[in-house]
Design a binder for this molecule. Structure first.
Ligand SMILES: [Zn+2]
Length: 537
């Protein structure tokens, strides 16, 4: 494909690893010998693109002395980091945008450092460079050698295509495509700089796509452009790159545990708002078998793992079930207009996260493989939350939902350290958050603290579905626990306070994954005059 921008990249982890994207350039070849370089090769197949992409297409070699010193430490045998919903906005300072456009990702940091807008991005906004830098530095200070890092989706800021168009007045779609890829590559480089050896696993979020929200296409341009990046961050082979291109998903062995596999699952395909767009056809909607193919891939991958007596961790962006936050918002705004609580208005306000038929198929699949899947991790809600899957079954499964780095929905920026046992079960988790967002700037700095540790906060251990089910019942029945949970749900943010009827809409989503059970958990009982409508699909 002549218009195809190909990122060839090797984010090397150590002297022993060899890039599969080797193209024999003598400068690159020399750099491979030194222990900690990071190379990026922006190769452009077409002469027209040479002009269009200008400085994007250069070879960069970066040396990181700090990273070299760090490598002497051993990786943690039982702890890993999760960062979610970074929503990095490189356009936060518009005066730098033209320079960023013209530069390769490895040059971006120097450009962003010049920004005169020195405050961290605030509540209601995506993540600017200063907040991203502070978050990454704190992750490294907290756990310098994690067993792995999970980035559970949404690397790009919201409204990325719209913001680019209005800031740059540039209608060239290839310029935009290049800018998207550079932004994601830059975030990857900043992680790699601080964690040179670590296996870093990513999954697409609904914002991670050139055509805009919820539109990532199986075998489409975005997955094609980012496949080498996803593969090299994961320290994985070409098979992983191929799986990423096809479905935005992959399957890798756990880097520190034998007999455990990690499946990165592109659940954007299952989302209620999902529609495939084709970048090559001007972002026109196209038919897609992505969701069905993904479920099939999941089933066959779980079957193989089970046959090999392996256990599985799942990581994905959008959790299954209902969207409690949007549902409560819609229902309450209807109440403000129409007066008294009623079941049918509540049912109409309900919004699923996933198309309910995908949720129920996923639910049954996980029930079938409940001895194989031992933990799941998600993002998307930006809140500190969880889901109980197969909640009616004997062996419940759970999804740990990680709070966001971005403060756009009012939560404080946060990341998580998860502790696991040698059999892959989870022992505990601690959440770290930025305590001074409104004051934080380049001069003041960001003050990060441990917000809580699961076992200390809830007086229970380990971190499993049985304990989360106990916690769920306490949240439901005890107002003190509920208040504490809501505070942590919002990452101790003073920007958000929630009345009790909103809290119910949120905690109901943790246990009630299908519309019918969510309706009976959250909505007021139907009045005798009221005939309850059929739940939304
Ligand atoms: Zn998000």
């Amino acid at each position: 494909m002549s218009s195809r921008l190909r990122l060839r990249q090797s984010l090397r982890s150590g002297a022993g690893s060899v890039s599969r994207q080797w193209d024999g350039h003598p400068k690159l070849r020399r750099s491979m010998v030194s222990p900690q370089p990071i190379q990026l090769h922006w190769a452009r197949p077409s002469p027209a693109k040479l002009r269009l992409l200008s400085l994007a297409a250069i070879v960069v070699v970066l040396l990181f002395p700090a990273a070299r010193a760090q490598s002497a430490e051993r990786p943690s045998p039982n702890q890993f980091l999760i960062a979610s919903d970074i929503h990095f906005n490189p356009m936060a300072d518009p005066s730098l945008l033209a320079d960023l456009m013209a530069a390769a990702p490895a040059q971006w940091e120097a450009i962003l450092q010049r920004s005169k807008l020195t405050a961290f991005s605030q509540y209601g906004h995506g993540t600017n460079w200063w907040l991203l830098q502070s978050s990454l530095n704190e992750m490294r200070a907290t756990l310098p050698r994690p067993a792995l890092i999970m980035i559970t989706g949404d690397i790009l800021a919201h409204q990325f295509p719209q913001n680019f168009a209005s800031a740059m007045h540039d209608q060239d779609r290839e310029h935009y495509r290049s800018f998207v890829l550079k932004t994601i590559t830059f975030v990857a480089l900043e992680f790699r700089r601080r964690f040179p050896d670590t296996t870093i696993l990513i999954t697409p979020g609904n914002n991670d796509e050139e055509c805009g929200d919820y539109s990532v296409r199986a075998n489409g341009t975005f997955l094609d452009d980012t496949a080498d990046l996803a593969r090299s961050l994961a320290h994985a082979d070409d098979g992983v790159g191929a799986e990423w291109k096809a479905l935005g998903s992959y399957n890798v062995p756990h880097p520190s545990l034998r007999g455990i596999r990690i499946l990165s699952l592109n659940t954007v395909f299952f989302a209620e708002w999902y529609h495939a767009d084709s970048f090559r056809e001007g972002c026109a909607p196209v038919a897609s078998t992505g969701p069905a193919d993904l479920l099939q891939w999941l089933e066959s991958t779980l079957a193989k793992a089970k046959a090999a007596r392996e256990k599985v961790w799942l990581m994905f962006h959008i959790p299954p079930g209902m969207d409690g936050a949007t549902t409560t918002k819609q229902y309450l705004s209807q109440l403000l207009r129409s007066g008294s609580p009623n079941n049918s208005a509540c049912a109409k306000a309900m919004v699923p996260m996933w198309v309910p038929s995908w949720t129920s198929q996923f639910d049954s699949l996980l029930a079938k493989y409940q001895d194989t899947v031992i933990a799941s991790f998600a993002g998307h809600t930006h809140a500190d939350d969880f889901r109980l899957i197969n909640a009616a079954g004997a062996n419940k499964l759970f999804v740990l939902i990680n709070p966001a780095i971005s403060p756009i929905y009012g939560q404080n920026p946060a990341f998580r350290v998860v502790t696991f046992e040698r059999d892959g079960t989870l022992a505990d988790q601690s959440t770290y958050y930025l305590t001074n967002l409104e004051k934080a700037s380049v001069t003041v700095g960001g003050t990060w603290e441990k917000e809580y540790t699961f076992s200390e906060q809830w007086k229970m251990r380990p971190l499993d579905a049985a304990r989360l089910a106990i916690l769920y019942n306490q949240i439901k029945n005890d107002s003190k626990t509920r208040d504490q949970w809501i505070k942590l749900y919002n990452v101790s943010s003073s920007d958000l306070s929630l009345p009790d009827d909103i809290a119910r809409g949120l905690y109901c989503a943790a246990e009630a994954l299908d519309p019918t059970s969510y309706q009976s958990c959250y909505c007021p009982a139907p009045r005798t005059s009221e005939t309850a409508p059929a739940p939304q699909r």
